[in-house]
Design a protein around this ligand. Structure first.
Ligand code: ADP
Length: 508
């Protein structure tokens, strides 16, 4: 086991305080898992109104650090349900408002997002440099996604800085702004340039993480490879290839306390891999709740997630007529693009005995679908890690996934060899087409009907997999050690490469 490290974990969301997706799950679990491994860990987040309403017993700390506005303060407390120290960057003008962490009530980006997360980054950097009176200097600062991107860049300018790690949870989101923003945010001008924060003439927050962090990782080994290609690199593949020695993939864990079918309070009945009888009761309850005929031997498909193109919702829509023709049932929970929401609602209205849709975000219902469905659909075009297929494995709900990112790394296809070896846990397909998804769905339906013993073996093999955080947290410790070891190796290079340039015209 590694020696105890001081880790400052930086995130723009963390469950149960605030969550919009997988990053929230990771930030809600990994710091506590690191603490279990005897690390000295502290999580720092923006003091959103929603968090201020949830956390009690906060202490106020005034800060007088260079570059941090005087109106910004720190609040110190405990992360709920853990012994992890929580720091909140309290800038009321930026974070104490009604709405989501990144979007307003209309679902549009907050227009001052660049300023909000630049203020956050400057404050976190001051904390990381032990300039805020906390008397605590971290060894490693672990940053996540574009909202934290400026932190490794700002810290790179300080010789006595901690090592930095940057985790990409989804490279599709860059935090990309007008180049004038670079001036209005008053960022150090050495950071501008094609080897710095500039990207196609604009200001890219995520590039700060990719160019300046001592180590970079994504949330699965396969996605770490995929983002080095043109197809999934979003124009950043050149930089990622340049930094390939510092880039790795660590699979996310899941919170086994939250997601345990033997103890889950949201379920109609508990079950585990030794006794699956409760699973049938959950299926019945789910069918009843959604007004579907309560048929035990009908394959019930489930889908939970953001209803966006990334998740292959169009592919699901395309195969629904075939699912109905095969007498299968489908339950969908999610929200996202209006056109997908409407199409799903229309199909459910036309086929109320086969398809049921709930638009919205609903944590208990997500658990009930994972427990009640037989088969889980996750035909993502790309998937950095994906959590729902892991929850499905845990709940004996056989996943159908596209062979990409974390889906490829977590689901073992039920081909003849893998079935014979007892390692199969689900179904994979290669191409992002409705035919690809339908072929995999047909294989699943056939196996479900014709080989119940093999089907049960798939369920049990999935349920026995170990995707606990303990495993992943150990990998993160090794990553932190690498970051400390390679501190400044490339970053000095980046600063040498970065010429001070005039800000170009926008758009190019
Ligand atoms: P992403 O981060 O791309 O949205 P992940 O599969 O990594 O996808 O994580 C999604 C997380 O959000 C999971 O915990 C999932 O259960 C949850 N989730 C997504 N949509 C909903 C919803 N409508 N209701 C409840 N939970 C949801």
């Amino acid at each position: 086991m590694s020696n105890s490290q001081k880790i400052l974990f930086v995130a723009s969301e963390a469950y149960p305080l605030i969550k919009t997706g997988g990053l929230g799950d990771v930030a809600g679990s990994l710091p506590a898992a690191l603490k279990t491994l005897k690390q000295d860990v502290c999580i720092i987040m923006p003091a959103y109104r929603e968090i201020l309403q949830k956390v009690t017993g906060l202490t106020l700390i005034s800060i007088h650090a260079e570059g941090v506005p005087e109106t910004v303060r720190l609040l110190e407390g405990r992360f709920p349900g853990t012994s992890v120290k929580l720091l909140l960057v309290d800038s009321p003008h930026h974070f104490d408002r009604q709405g989501g962490p990144y979007l307003d009530a209309e679902g549009e980006d907050w227009t001052d997002n660049a300023e909000r997360f630049a203020t956050f980054a400057k404050t976190v950097s001051a904390v990381a440099l032990n300039q805020t009176g906390l008397d605590w200097q971290p060894d490693v600062v672990h940053c996540n996604d574009w909202q934290c991107g400026l932190i490794p860049a700002l810290l790179s300018l300080h010789p006595k800085r901690p090592a930095t790690v940057f985790t990409i949870h989804n490279l599709a989101y860059h935090g990309y702004f007008h180049p004038d923003t670079f001036i209005t945010l008053d960022l150090p001008k050495q950071l501008w340039g094609m080897h710095g924060l500039e990207f196609h003439g604009g200001l890219s927050f995520i590039k700060g993480g990719l160019a300046y962090a001592d180590m970079i990782n994504t949330v699965s080994p396969t996605y770490a490879k995929e983002i080095r290609s043109q197809a999934l690199g979003y124009g950043l593949e050149g930089l990622l290839n340049y930094r390939a020695k510092r880039l790795t993939g660590i699979l996310n864990g899941i919170d086994y306390k939250e997601w345990n079918p033997a103890t889950d309070p949201h379920l109609a009945a508990p079950f585990n891999h030794r006794d699956l009888s409760g699973k049938a009761l959950n299926k019945q309850a789910l069918q009843q709740q959604f007004g579907l005929p309560q048929r035990a031997n009908t394959p019930l498909f489930g889908l939970v997630g953001r209803l966006v193109e990334q998740k292959g919702i169009d592919l699901v829509l395309a195969i629904i007529p075939q699912l109905i023709a095969q007498n299968a049932q489908l339950v969908v929970l999610g929200s996202g693009d209006k056109r997908f929401q409407q199409s799903l609602l229309d199909i459910a209205a036309a086929h109320p005995y086969s398809v049921a849709v709930h638009i919205g975000y609903n944590e208990p219902l997500a658990h009930q679908i994972e427990a009640g469905a037989d088969i889980f659909l996750m035909p993502s075009r790309f998937e950095p890690c994906g959590l729902n297929q892991i929850y499905s494995l845990r709940y004996g709900t056989v996943p159908i996934v596209r062979h990409t990112g974390g889906l490829a790394d977590t689901v073992v296809d039920a081909n003849e060899i893998n079935i014979a070896a007892g390692s199969a846990t689900g179904f994979q397909f290669e191409t992002s087409t409705s035919d690809g998804l339908w072929t995999a769905s047909q294989r699943a339906i056939q196996l479900y009907h014709t080989q119940p013993k093999v089907w049960q073996q798939l369920m049990v093999s999935g349920m026995k997999q170990d995707f606990s955080w303990k495993q992943s947290a150990r990998h993160y410790l090794t990553l932190y050690e690498h970051a400390i070891q390679h501190r400044n190796d490339d970053v000095a290079d980046m600063n040498r490469l970065a010429p001070v340039q005039a800000v170009p015209e926008w758009p190019l």
